[in-house]
Design a protein around this ligand. Structure first.
Ligand code: PHE
Length: 330
């Protein structure tokens, strides 16, 4: 065996080697149990005494040299690996990785905007249950059983806990007028956002599930003029300073007089956005107030309506389909 040649080959392989696994491969090839150098050791056993000494010395030298070279290379590769790694850690010039973050649903964004505007006008935000009792959804709002006014809202009835008790998915947020007046004393100004449900066939502008924001302001003297000022301010802050509103008569059992509010769109058409009116004396009675001591206005605004007008959408069902092509535009 030509020790010089083997030594040179090994040296070249070590020099060229670029990573640790390749280096271990080289180490195995020369110094492993069946490696070139190890087998050469086994072979010299058959040689004469003189040759054994001479070759043994050379082989030992070669093995020592390769062990040293490989160990040095190993150290070098390890160092540069860690160096590269730590350089990578602090390489602030690399472009950042954009991570995907979600955002609030457009309807939630609209509700938050509504809350912000009314809070600026001194209204607080309250909440109430989606599963209502017949009493709060109807009776306390001057809609007795068997009164035709109940037919205004088709209802999802749910069995109550007690026999004879009827619960329902609230058909509007108005029950919260009563709930709030029972627990708080006027003067007061609140809005109550929330999901409502009606048993109806859906179309572009009607869903069996939709959101409203209820409003209520009660004091010694509150008039429709106050209502008009508040709602006009709201519309102009929500849609823009040029927004025109129209108020015409309507009917609700729990307001007197009752009105409907519309805004004018860019094509000059009037679009209804809410029902409203002055709180009916019977509602005050049902919470134990003396009716003519207090006055108030109430309104219920459709959140999807506002969102559709603001964003130019023509089908409110799109808000509930979870289609990312729509959602991601907001
Ligand atoms: N609750 C009514 C509806 O759902 C709206 C409304 C609220 C009307 C408050 C008057 C006062 O249609």
């Amino acid at each position: 065996m030509d020790f010089n040649k083997v030594g040179k080959e090994a040296q070249e392989a070590i020099n060229k080697c670029r990573d640790l696994s390749e280096l271990e491969e080289i180490s195995r090839r020369y110094l492993g149990r069946k490696g070139v150098v190890t087998s050469a050791f086994q072979k010299i056993a058959e040689l004469s005494h003189q040759e054994k000494r001479e070759q043994g010395r050379q082989l030992n030298q070669l093995r020592g040299k390769l062990e040293k070279e490989i160990e040095q290379k190993r150290q070098g590769l390890k160092d540069s690996f860690f160096q590269e790694k730590s350089e990578r850690k602090i390489d602030i010039s690399r472009p950042g990785k954009r991570f995907k973050a979600g955002h609030l649903h457009p309807l939630t964004q609209v509700v938050r905007r509504i809350e912000d505007i009314f809070q600026l006008m001194g209204f607080s935000v309250a909440e109430g249950p989606e599963l209502e009792t017949e009493y709060y959804n109807f009776d306390a709002l001057n809609i007795p059983a068997d009164h035709p006014a109940r037919d205004i809202w088709d209802t999802f009835w749910v069995k109550g806990a007690k026999k004879g008790q009827k619960n329902l998915l609230r058909t509007h947020t108005s029950p919260n007028q009563v709930r709030y007046l029972e627990k708080n004393h006027p003067p007061l100004r609140i809005i109550v956002p929330g999901m409502c449900y009606r048993h109806e066939a859906t179309d572009r502008t009607h869903g069996f599930q939709f959101m409203q924001v209820e409003g209520l302001m009660v004091d010694r003297e509150v008039s429709l003029a106050n209502f008009k000022a508040v709602v006009e301010k709201f519309c102009q802050m929500f849609f823009g300073p040029e927004t025109e509103i129209r108020i015409i008569p309507d009917y609700f059992p729990f307001t007197e007089p009752s009105v409907e509010v519309s805004i004018r769109d860019k094509d000059g058409r009037w679009l209804e956005i809410m029902g409203a009116g002055l709180v009916h004396p019977n509602v005050f009675k049902s919470v134990g107030y003396r009716p003519y001591e207090w006055q108030g206005f109430a309104f219920g605004v459709g959140v999807e309506r506002l969102a559709m007008i603001k964003y130019g959408l023509d089908d409110l069902r799109q808000f509930y389909q979870g289609d990312l092509r729509l959602i991601q535009q907001f």
